[in-house]
Design a protein around this ligand. Sequence first.
Ligand code: SF4
Ligand code: SF4
Length: 380
Amino acid sequence: MEKMERVALAVDALAALMRELEDRGYRVVGPTVRDQAIVYDDIASLADLPQGWTDEQDGGRYRLVRRGDDALFGYAVGPQSWKKFLYPPVLRLWETAYQGERVSVVPAEPPAERFAFIGVRACELHAIAIQDRVLLGGPHVDPHYHARREGAFIVAVNCSVAGGTCFCVSMKTGPKAEAGFDLALTEVVVEGTRLFVAEAGSDSGRDVLSRLPRRPATAEELAAAETAVSRAAAAMGRQMRSDDLRELLMRNLEHPQWDDVAERCLTCGNCTMVCPTCFCTSVEDSSDLAGGGASRTRRWDSCFTLDFSYIHGGSVRASARSRYRQWMTHKLATWIDQFGSSGCVGCGRCITWCPVGIDITQEVRAIREAEGGDGGRHEG
Ligand code: SF4
Ligand code: SF4
């Protein structure tokens, strides 16, 4: 890819970017405010963005509050991730078709639409890369994920604020987008003017950028962009030593902390639904009692449900203790054996959206402290 210098885009150029992507046939998706949360949905103009909003997050707590300025991306992350589009929660896999007496199985068509995602955070780029390894990297490629992922255009937006439950610095996944994007933007205010410092990360990103009204970024604008990201990095709501997690958890599989967390865990599965890397699903077959046909549907499932580990006569993980332990040790330890990286990107969603505020960083800290460590206050 030919290198392109970082350029400055006026706020209006973002509207031009949306139009350009639409003209190229993309379905443009980005952050918007709905139901008192920032969610990802179709966007058509700047007015759809969460201008002037930010999020306050803590264990079991999420609130939108006004920022006191007009920032378009002045929040951390909401309850949803991009897997909602790349790996839909409910997906019809096939249905039957009748030709006279003959019945045939008709697989679902791959979607014709291509997504353009605007506002992808650095931790979310890492989450997409993890799902790529899981769903595309092995011998069994998921054709549905492949079809959605292949044509996607990704506009990353570097974080200038950190959420109260974020710990991407600990997981080395943010807050600056380093790879995996077509365009990366940093929102800054220089001499009272709001603008974006932009860089291309792919040939198609470079081509799109060349169609937008732009000018070379000044040294002051580049410095402001660096400062914005550094400010977010210094304001992480959580931290967790991550260099030895696999060994720490695997030698503590019988630790009393698993009983402690089981006392609090509702096994509701919220943490797995909001996690941008969790990928477990189940399939359901249904048939029309009136003879109208049959179909198979894939749905997100969770290792927190009893049914998930049901094998000929019983659930392997019958207790809350065993289910929480399965989730956390898979995410932070055995995922590394299976896929070569941690399954956690430090987005903090599982902490924020746990109804009882169970905090993965705190659970790790409790186990570490019981071993006589510093609880992970020093970055790994
Ligand atoms: S385990 Fe929690 S913090 Fe880590 S990626 Fe999943 S939701 Fe985010
Ligand atoms: S840790 Fe929290 S979100 Fe996850 S299953 Fe338990 S209660 Fe639900």
